[in-house]
Design a protein around this ligand. Structure first.
Ligand code: NAP
Length: 480
């Protein structure tokens, strides 16, 4: 059985205590590798290495730092197939998705921040007749990056790349559920000439090694993406230590469809925004609100398309949906389908586990599921399910749908479908979300702020926002 290792101080090493956790392949339900069950002693070794590397990395010229990060981006590109296969096997997602979305985006994340840092300039504010202020931005020091399992390398690199570009040294923890591509990244770092200790990757349980990262006094900032409950715990733990925090948390995003929309385009995109990555994208629109005039037409057309979504093992070219990420997660999603029925919902598509033939007969497969007839305030419509389950709700007016859309504790993203320009702007203005797409979904420009409001998080990632998060400003005033 393959044993993964931590990547600390530029080397692959075993965890201090020699303990490991089983790593399951979602498509087969079988353990296929072991990952380090690291603890605070491993974090301590990594922090010492990072502190030693910080003067080297932060004082390196921006051109040199940028060049190394470009090499990391190219290194992932050179090993594209290895990363794609690994991501798909580890997470359960179709190979085609890993090949078109996850790994290309990890490559872009490094390239974007490697080149972005070249343009990150100091600001100056002149005071008429008095003097001038200039504001420098310095890296923070050693920072922690903790990421989830749904888009493993994509979200891991979305944090690490700006942290490194800004000149910080990083202690990073991928999800224990999907460690493999973060493990592979170590090879690329060594090949790219990344100095030892600049990026340290530690595997293990969130409650143990993640917690040790959050609590370590020398780790000055935490960038976290994951569930709202975990985010709340991290905020509570880190706040008394005055750590900088970026929290990207859960969502329950509305997809609002007006009867004047471009029906065909909306339908195709809505199938994707509901079920891409088995519905396990924080930006998926899990609550679909449809204006009454087209509700029946939409329902019939949507169900017909959804029933054609082939659920299969990740390497099957026909697979439109793969396996859910883990057995506990599958059980959680199924429990929400049961809850929906208890709450009076009617399952109009899917709703059942899919049992494939061996060797995939123990895999975590579930049909794309559509439910209608639920009150917008019920638990199914208020709590994050994070799987291939959506609800349909009719509405009549803008006011009514706004009330329903804004009724959850979350506020990550929203999608609007309408041909009425004024209405689109009016709605976008009033929706409680950090990101709104009009007649589109998941179009991402890496320069734009990314993040949510309410319980969906604190702070923004992307572009200058990320580089500002990973630096400390210092204002200097000079009298004329
Ligand atoms: P999670 O359970 O909160 O875990 C996220 C990460 O935090 C994992 O690496 C986890 O390690 C670690 N962790 C767990 N407990 C910790 C603790 N006490 N201290 C420090 N770290 C800890 O979330 P998940 O189940 O992996 O991911 C799904 C959630 O992420 C959903 O709610 C989804 O909406 C959210 N998400 C949000 C965004 C966004 O941009 N807003 C993007 C993607 C996903 P282990 O894996 O070892 O538990």
């Amino acid at each position: 059985m393959e044993k993964l290792q931590n990547y600390i101080n530029g080397q692959y090493i075993n965890p201090n205590q020699g303990n490991y956790i089983d790593n399951y392949e979602p498509a087969t339900g079988k353990v296929y590798s072991l990952i380090p069950n690291s603890d605070e002693s491993d974090v301590q070794v990594a922090v010492e290495a990072a502190e030693k590397a910080f003067p080297i990395w932060s004082k390196m010229s921006i051109d040199q730092r940028s060049a190394i990060l470009v090499k990391v981006s190219e290194g992932i590109q050179n090993r594209m197939d290895e990363f794609v296969q690994a991501e798909s096997k580890d997470n359960g997602k179709p190979v085609s998705l890993a090949a078109h979305v996850d790994i290309p985006r990890a490559i872009s994340n490094f390239h974007f921040f490697a080149t972005g840092i070249l343009h990150f300039a100091a600001e100056a504010h002149s005071m008429e007749g008095e003097g001038i202020n200039y504001t420098t931005r310095k890296p923070i020091g050693v920072v922690g990056c903790i990421s989830p399992w749904n888009l493993p390398l994509y979200l891991f690199t979305w944090k690490i790349a700006p942290a490194l570009a800004a000149g910080n040294c990083v202690i990073a923890k991928p999800s224990e559920v999907t460690p493999y591509t973060a493990y592979l990244l170590g090879k690329v770092l060594s090949e790219a000439g990344m100095p030892a200790g600049v990026l340290n990757i530690i595997h293990g349980a969130g409650s143990k090694v993640g917690d040790a990262i959050v609590k370590h006094p020398k780790i000055k900032a935490i960038s976290f993406t994951g569930g709202t409950k975990t985010g709340e715990y991290i905020a509570r733990t880190a706040a008394p230590m005055f750590k900088k925090l970026s929290l990207e948390l859960g969502g329950k995003n509305p997809n609002i469809i007006f009867d004047d929309c471009d029906f065909d385009e909306m339908l195709t995109t809505t199938v994707r925004s509901s079920f891409a990555n088995q519905g396990q994208i924080c930006l998926c629109g899990s609550r679909i609100f449809v204006q009454r005039g087209i509700y029946d037409k939409f329902k019939a057309a949507f169900v017909e398309r959804v029933e054609k979504l082939t659920v299969s093992y990740p390497t099957d070219p026909k697979a439109k949906m793969g396996a859910l990420v883990s057995k506990p997660h599958l059980e959680k999603v199924i429990s929400y389908i049961e809850l929906a029925k208890q709450e009076g919902g009617k399952v109009i598509a899917g709703g059942n586990q899919v049992h494939l033939e061996a060797p995939y007969n123990e895999g975590y497969f579930l049909q794309a599921t559509v439910i209608e007839g639920l009150d917008f305030k019920c638990r199914t419509n208020q709590e994050e399910i994070f799987g291939p389950v959506v609800t349909l709700t009719p509405f009549d007016t803008e006011e009514e749908v706004l009330e329903m859309a804004n009724s959850t504790q979350y506020g990550l993203s929203a999608t609007l479908w309408t041909s009425d320009l004024k209405r689109a702007h009016r709605m976008a203005d009033q929706i409680e979300a950090g990101i709104v797409w009009i007649n589109a979904w998941l179009v991402r420009d890496l320069r734009t702020p990314f993040g949510g409001v309410k319980s969906s998080g604190v702070g923004r990632e992307g572009g200058w926002e990320a580089l500002r998060f990973f630096t400390e400003p210092k204002n200097v005033f000079v009298k004329f």
